[in-house]
Design a protein around this ligand. Structure first.
Ligand SMILES: [Zn+2]
Ligand SMILES: [Zn+2]
Length: 182
């Protein structure tokens, strides 16, 4: 097993990035945007719109609050999506566009239905690992049990590979994680 020197060099920064992602899933720009949109909506309803009829004030207050909070939560949602796509290895530009373009928050619903699982980290070098990986792409650390002959995934309880018929008991510990072999 090769343990790259580069892995140790980047490990510190990547771990720090992961911590930041957990703490601040909603970036500052979207919080600022949310406040600006809310205040902007109050300005439109109370400053720009004509209000000669004073009996309409409660309705105007309610409408300003409703529209303001709707736009503000939209901004926060966009901010969350912009962070969330990164830790799932998805396209940030595409999904933020989907959330903006589809009306009434439908884009966000589509996003939450279709988003990929959060990428995990290699226990050895903390490289991002997709759920389908059997080995770490950077340091060859084994993540899932595989057949020692065809290297495709096997279940840890299998005695033989379902694809090539290889006797998994012949493999050493890393090939089959060696749990039920003897
Ligand atoms: Zn690794
Ligand atoms: Zn096999």
């Amino acid at each position: 097993m090769r343990h790259g020197e580069m892995g140790t060099a980047t490990r510190g920064t990547e771990a720090r990035l992961a911590g930041d992602e957990d703490l601040r899933m909603i970036p500052r720009w979207s919080m600022v945007l949310a406040v600006v949109l809310f205040v902007g909506m109050q300005y439109i309803f109370h400053g720009v719109m004509p209000h000669h009829r004073h009996e309409m004030l409660p309705l105007r207050l309610m409408m300003g609050y409703a529209w303001g909070s709707m736009f503000a939560s939209y901004a926060l949602l966009l901010g969350y999506v912009s962070r969330d796509v990164k830790r799932r290895g998805m396209s940030a530009g595409l999904w933020m566009l989907v959330c903006v373009v589809l009306p009434g928050g439908m884009g966000a619903v589509v996003y939450f239905l279709l988003r990929q699982p959060v990428l995990s980290r290699c226990p050895n070098c903390s490289t991002s690992i997709a759920a389908s990986y059997h080995f770490c792409p950077q340091c060859q650390f084994q993540i899932a049990p595989v057949c020692g002959k065809c290297h495709r995934g096997v279940k840890i309880t299998d005695a033989f590979c379902t694809l090539c018929g290889h006797d998994l008991a012949e493999d050493g510990a890393p090939a089959r994680l060696h749990v039920y072999s003897d």
